[in-house]
Design a protein. Structure first.
Length: 241
C-alpha cells in the first residue's frame, strides 16, 4: 500500500507540559513511529502547516489518513474538511482517533452529532474484542486494559456501523462502542476511541497493533469502474443480450 498520513492538531503538546512530556514528538510522532515500526510508509501533518498540511497533492498520495484532534476541531478550515470528505468518498481510508470523532470530516461523513458522555480522572478501560474474526482484531487478545484514560459513555450519537470491532468497559460502569467500521462512497472509515492526550496510550503495544491493522484494513482497493448518468440499454435493440 501507499502512504499513510498521520494528522494531529498538535495543540495540547504546545500548551500543556504534561502532554509535551508524554509525547515529546507530538501525538502524531508517536502514532507515526508505531506505524513505521511495522513497515508502513508514513508522513505527518499538523493544523499549523499551510492548509493544515492537507493539500490536494498530499491527500492525492495518501492511502489512509489517521486523524487526532480535540480542542481545535473548529479551527480546521471548512475547505480542508470538505477536501478530506471528498477524498474519503473517492476511496481514501480514514481513521479518526479519540476526540477526532468531533472533527469536521468525521461529523460530516456521519451526518450526526457524534455526541457522547465523558469523564476525566484516569479510570481504567477494558477494551473487549467483540468481532474476533475482523481483520482489525488480528493478533489481539480477547480483551486488553488501558490502565488510565478518559471515560467515554454511551449513547454515542453515530449511525449504526457496518461492524463493531471493540466495546469498552470503564471503571465507573459505563460502556462504549470503541471501534466502529463504516464505508462512505469508496472509502473505509474506522473510528477508534482510545487515545486521550494526558496518557501514554499511543505507546501501548495493543493500541499500536490496532492502528496497524486499521490502516491495513482501510487502505483503498481497486474495485470496479463506476458509471453514472444517462446510458444506452445493455440489451441489443433486436432483443436478446
Ligand atoms: Zn480526551
Amino acid at each position: 500500500m501507499g502512504t499513510v498520513t498521520v494528522w494531529n492538531e498538535n495543540v495540547h503538546e504546545m500548551r500543556d507540559p504534561v502532554v509535551a512530556e508524554r509525547y515529546p514528538d507530538g501525538i502524531h510522532g508517536a502514532i507515526a513511529a508505531g506505524l513505521a515500526a511495522d513497515g508502513f510508509e508514513v508522513q505527518t501533518a499538523t493544523l499549523q502547516d499551510a492548509q493544515h498540511g492537507l493539500t490536494d497533492d498530499v491527500l492525492a498520495e495518501t492511502d489512509v489518513l489517521v486523524w487526532w484532534s480535540h480542542c481545535a476541531n473548529d479551527e480546521v478550515s471548512d475547505e480542508v474538511a470538505e477536501r478530506v470528505v471528498e477524498r474519503v468518498q473517492a476511496g481514501m481510508g480514514f481513521v479518526p482517533l479519540h476526540s477526532g470523532k468531533n472533527s469536521k470530516p468525521f461529523t460530516r461523513l456521519m451526518g450526526t452529532t457524534c455526541d457522547i458522555k465523558y469523564r476525566h480522572g484516569g479510570e481504567t478501560e477494558r477494551v473487549w474484542v467483540v468481532d474476533p474474526g475482523h481483520p482489525i482484531a488480528d493478533g489481539l487478545p480477547e480483551s486488553f486494559e488501558v490502565p488510565e484514560t478518559e471515560m467515554y459513555g454511551e449513547p454515542y450519537d453515530v449511525p449504526e456501523p457496518d461492524q463493531t470491532v471493540f466495546v469498552s468497559w470503564f471503571e465507573g460502569g459505563e460502556v462504549f462502542r470503541s471501534g466502529l467500521c463504516y464505508r462512505r462512497g469508496r472509502g473505509r472509515i474506522f473510528a477508534f476511541r482510545p487515545g486521550h492526550e494526558a496518557y501514554p496510550i499511543f505507546f501501548q503495544d495493543e493500541i499500536r497493533q490496532v492502528l496497524c491493522n486499521a490502516v491495513e484494513w482501510a487502505a483503498p482497493t481497486q474495485g470496479a469502474e463506476a458509471v453514472y448518468g444517462e446510458v444506452k440499454p445493455q440489451t441489443d435493440p433486436d432483443g436478446g443480450y
